[in-house]
Design a protein around this ligand. Structure first.
Ligand SMILES: Nc1ncnc2c1ncn2[C@@H]1O[C@H](COP(=O)(O)OP(=O)(O)O)[C@@H](O)[C@H]1O
Ligand SMILES: [Mg+2]
Length: 318
């Protein structure tokens, strides 16, 4: 693996092909530009071919390694004291991040997004599949490892829902079949509760509908194996279904939240204090029962809200 990755210098590349070069350490372009096209033709090649062959050697393998784990290696808290935890995350897992405002929840997400290598205020290191990610992975925009579910979903685009879905599928090299559109619509409608159609203009979506669409977008129209969610407004969506959907896509999900339902739904929660992970808590049976109660209350709230909106009198038992 390492040997394959080693860079071949332009000098070695060209001399291996039989070219006689007089100066070492030039760029490929400067060698190639200086060569007489007739001479190149005699050698059975041309400038374009040489460039293409050289770049082909250095191209990354097409099939990128699958993300099997992320390791957050502890750094230091705001006082420079050592963080007590290394956290290993696996696909299909939801981890919630809780703690008071200013404690460092967003910083932890940013460390992951940036694939920190000791170069952020926390000094954390993020390892993918146990190793430090390549530099090109840190900075590449096209093959995105990580996607953010953002707070800000003001659709300014003059497009309808179907056009939006097709555009996203297309830009991420996903086959934009009618079946895919149907699947996205079905899920987005389920999550939002209030129905909308493919023809609905984006600007006409309610907050809940657009949030539902964004979640389904991350689940089905986005290849990145890691999803970061930072305190999204989640009113108007079915949180349990949304989380179940994201988990079913075998992504690693980190969610910073003050919402008790979301916090308790996670497999584990990280408690952040003074800039560092202070506790790791696994939900027990008691917490699960509390979560069940909270969800029932949320359901009641929603049904009363809908009844009020419809102009109905409230008949719910208390
Ligand atoms: N370990 C740390 N060392 C130094 N600064 C930190 C550390 N953790 C967080 N910070 C800084 O503290 C501030 C608040 O953190 P932030 O992540 O925004 O908090 P939260 O999202 O929990 O409200 C930010 O400026 C962040 O960069
Ligand atoms: Mg924050």
């Amino acid at each position: 693996m390492e040997a394959e990755k080693r860079l071949v210098s332009p000098y070695d590349f060209l001399t291996d092909m039989g070219f006689e070069l007089f100066e070492k350490n030039q760029s490929l372009d400067s060698y190639v530009e200086a060569m007489n096209p007739d001479y190149l033709e005699d050698m059975g090649t041309n400038r374009e071919m040489l460039r293409a062959n050289y770049h082909a050697i250095h191209k990354k393998p097409e099939v990128d390694e699958k993300v099997k784990s992320i390791l957050i290696k502890g750094g230091v808290n705001k006082d420079g004291e050592k963080e007590g935890f290394d956290i290993l995350l696996k696909p299909g897992e939801i981890v919630s991040i809780v703690g008071p405002t200013g404690s460092g929840k967003s910083r932890l997400l940013a460390d992951i997004e940036w694939l920190a290598q000791g170069d952020t205020p926390t000094g954390r290191h993020i390892l993918i599949n146990g190793v430090q990610p390549d530099e090109d992975k840190r900075y590449s925009m096209d093959e995105k490892l990580i996607s953010q579910l953002s707070q800000n979903m003001n659709f300014v685009m003059d497009a309808n829902v179907e056009e939006f879905i097709r555009m996203h599928a297309h830009s991420r090299n996903i086959n934009e079949s009618d079946l895919l559109i149907e699947k996205v619509m079905q899920w987005a409608n389920d999550l939002a509760g209030e129905p909308f159609t493919k023809e609905t203009p984006l600007t006409a979506l309610s907050g809940g509908q657009s949030r539902a669409l964004m979640i389904v977008d991350v689940a089905f129209l986005c290849q990145s194996p890691i999803v970061l969610i930072d305190e999204i407004e989640n009113a108007g969506i079915d949180r349990r279904q949304a989380m179940a959907l994201l988990v079913s896509t075998e992504k690693i999900i980190l969610i910073a939240t003050h919402d008790p339902v979301l916090a308790l739904m996670a497999n584990r929660r990280l408690v952040i204090k003074n800039g560092a992970i202070d506790q790791v808590i696994e939900g027990d049976e008691h917490e699960k029962r509390v979560l069940g109660d909270l969800e029932k209350m949320a359901e009641k709230m929603l049904s009363v809200r809908n009844a009020l909106r419809m102009g109905n009198k409230i008949t719910l038992k208390v």
